[in-house]
Design a protein around this ligand. Structure first.
Ligand SMILES: [Zn+2]
Length: 647
């Protein structure tokens, strides 16, 4: 059995992982038009499109079947004002490729020691889910080869590509799928590694190293959703599985581990099917209509289906008892894998299988009756059951027959999507061989010496060099410097240190991001809602001596609680703000006005007495040093004006 706690021997299993890192670039405009590259919540127009008919070039059976199944489906595109033009709507040819994006990609390629192409050719890659209005994604190889190092080991880079991001999926209801066009066309850099990674931990570390390098160009977008990792995972005897859309770095390790678990489990199921003498011709589509068994059922799912004119079809799976309920990933069974297929290929929302019954309102008597109707052996056989309109139920069962037959061969080649808990679900079959066609609307871009020289200016420092610089120049501990280099807001931290580092300790500025905010986040405070501008306001208060560093945590927490508060307002609300220098100056003016005679008599000797008076009123509200400076300055002014008045 595959328990979630089982230790897997990755070396013995021959684990191979390759990464594809997709990162949005922070260019001024999109890859093939002049639209901006930020997302919006603003209003816009809507238009509707149907999926285009299969192109003749795509002879792929799976894709053809998919088109067939998706027939009747349509896409609703929300086109927010100012964030789309005729290019996104596929009503105007794309403009020449954005050179700024190519420049950034070349800079990254140089840092990775990759070989840069002489000419950048834009290609089309078929897209079948409507996420691109044109029916394909435009992509261009910029460099090949290279390496990235992590923990003293080197990992091969295969390709560095720039491509357009897809439209944002907003929802789905019935035949309608909703997309938003603001994201479509934002430039992405895609870095694909060789399958040189052999443990889940290494996968995380290599992704981290690439992510750090990208951020160090200072030319990539920040924040959730701007970087996405795809993983290719395989073990010996298993299959190369492509896992899409892992957004969080911390999830990578888990996703790889769970995928290995799944492949190991599927191989065990294969072996057990063989041991039980199950062959392909025993798995046949011979459904039995068991609707009568469920006429008075307490199962809500079944009675709802029946009331809508559905039927219950059952299918015997000979000698499969216990295998459908076999866990393949934590909380996911082989039956869950079947359900994924049924959802995708037959548009049927679920199935029942004998290993989980009686349950869900289905009684033991009903289960026994189904076994009898199927002429099946309750001690050896399993069954699956679908409650749906007859045609769809039948389609669902034929999908199950196909998938169970595949189980005899082990792990099918699949593209999967990552769930939030690190498990994965079936997304679609893996494309046989990725078909690409030249994009004839866009001329190739020559990589000239000028372009290379421009890119050279963007080549990022290596993470190691950056680390050393932080330690040496700003006296950071190595531990703090490592956290700063790994932080997505590294460029912001550096910018703030450059701006305020002379009056606020650089280590304090760094700690605000990587220690204090992290600690608050751990306590459930939504610090990520605090914009960078508001954090800068807070640092400015520190720089002006108006707030003690001890107050930073409390003020940040208050700012997270109430997004309308500026740093100053939050600090005031908590009574943690100092008086401004102007306010203090007013108080000192008042004191001096009342004591002009004293100053005239004693000159600078009046300072001590006046300082005492000033501190009586200002103690605890502003730094004593500031008061002393102000007071000296004002005394000098009075004396010099008195002197010039006399002269
Ligand atoms: Zn546009």
């Amino acid at each position: 059995m595959t328990g979630s706690e089982e230790e897997l021997d990755y070396e013995a299993l021959g684990l191979k992982v390759g990464l594809e890192i997709h990162q949005q670039l922070n260019t001024r405009h999109k890859l093939f038009c002049g639209c901006p590259t930020d997302l919006t919540e603003g209003e816009g127009d809507k238009f509707r499109r149907w999926l285009r008919p299969t192109r003749s070039e795509t002879g792929d059976v799976d894709v053809a079947a998919l088109f067939e199944y998706r027939k009747g489906r349509y896409y609703m595109y929300l086109a927010p004002y100012g964030h789309h033009c005729l290019v996104e709507a596929d009503e105007e040819p794309p403009h020449p490729i954005n050179e700024e994006a190519v420049r950034i990609a070349i800079a990254v390629a140089k840092a990775l020691g990759s070989t840069i192409v002489d000419e950048v050719h834009v290609m089309r890659k078929l897209v079948i889910d409507g996420s691109n209005t044109s029916g394909f994604q435009r992509t261009a190889i910029v460099a090949l080869g290279g390496r990235i190092s992590s923990n003293g080991k080197e990992y091969g880079i295969q390709t560095i590509v720039v491509e357009e991001d897809a439209a944002r999926k907003e929802g789905e209801s019935g035949p309608e799928v909703d997309y938003k066009l603001d994201r479509l066309g934002i430039p992405l850099i895609e870095i694909a590694t060789a399958p040189d990674i052999h443990t889940p931990r290494e996968a995380r570390d290599v992704a981290l190293a690439i992510g750090m390098l990208l951020r160090m160009t200072g030319a990539v977008k920040r924040g959730l959703g701007t970087i996405r990792q795809d993983l290719n995972v395989s073990i010996v005897g298993g299959a190369k599985t492509e896992i899409k859309g892992v957004q969080e770095l911390e999830l990578i390790e888990k996703v790889v581990k769970y995928e290995v678990m799944r492949q190991v489990s599927l191989l065990k199921i294969r072996d057990e099917m063989a041991a039980r003498g199950i062959t392909e011709d025993m798995i046949v589509l011979a459904p039995v209509n068991v609707t009568e068994v469920f006429r008075n059922t307490r199962s809500k799912v079944i009675s709802r289906a029946l009331s809508q004119g559905g039927v219950v079809l059952a299918l015997r799976l000979p000698r499969m008892k216990g295998l459908i309920g076999r866990e393949v990933q934590p909380g996911r069974r082989f039956g869950t894998e079947l359900a994924d297929y049924v959802r995708f290929w037959a548009d049927v929302q679920g199935l029942f299988h004998s290993d989980e019954l009686p349950n869900y309102g289905i009684t033991k008597e009903e289960v026994d009756a189904v076994y009898r109707a199927l002429n099946a052996d309750p001690l050896a056989d399993a069954f699956v059951m679908v409650a749906e309109r007859e045609e769809r139920a039948l389609k669902a069962l034929s999908v199950i027959v196909d998938r169970v037959r595949q189980a005899l061969h082990g792990v099918p080649e699949e593209t999967r999507a990552a769930n939030e808990d690190g498990t994965t679900r079936y997304l679609r079959p893996r494309p046989g061989k990725e078909r690409m066609y030249p994009e004839t609307d866009i001329p190739p871009l020559r990589v000239t010496p000028e372009l290379l020289a421009e890119a050279e200016k963007l080549v990022p420092e290596s993470p190691e060099a950056k680390l050393r610089r932080l330690v040496e120049r700003y006296s950071m501990s190595r531990d703090l410097a490592e956290k700063v280099v790994a932080d997505p807001r590294l460029p912001v931290i550096e910018e703030l240190i450059a701006k305020y580092g002379s009056s606020v300790q650089p280590t304090l500025i760094a700690s605000i991001f990587v220690t204090i905010m992290k600690g608050l986040r751990g306590k459930g405070v939504d610090v990520d809602s605090i914009s960078e501008d508001r954090i800068e306001d807070l640092i400015r208060l520190l720089a002006e001596g108006r707030m003690a560093k001890e107050a930073v945590e409390a003020v940040l927490a208050e700012m997270a609680k109430d997004r309308s508060l500026s740093a100053e307002e939050a600090a005031k609300k908590l009574g943690l703000i100092n008086m401004s220098v102007e306010e203090a100056a007013k108080v000192i003016d008042e004191i001096l006005n009342a004591n002009v005679e004293l100053v005239r008599q004693r000159g600078e000797g009046a300072f001590g007495a006046l300082m005492g008076k000033a501190m009586d009123r200002l103690r605890g509200k502003i730094d004593g040093k500031v008061v002393a400076e102000l007071l000296r300055e004002k005394i000098r002014q009075i004396l010099s004006s008195a002197a010039s008045g006399q002269g």
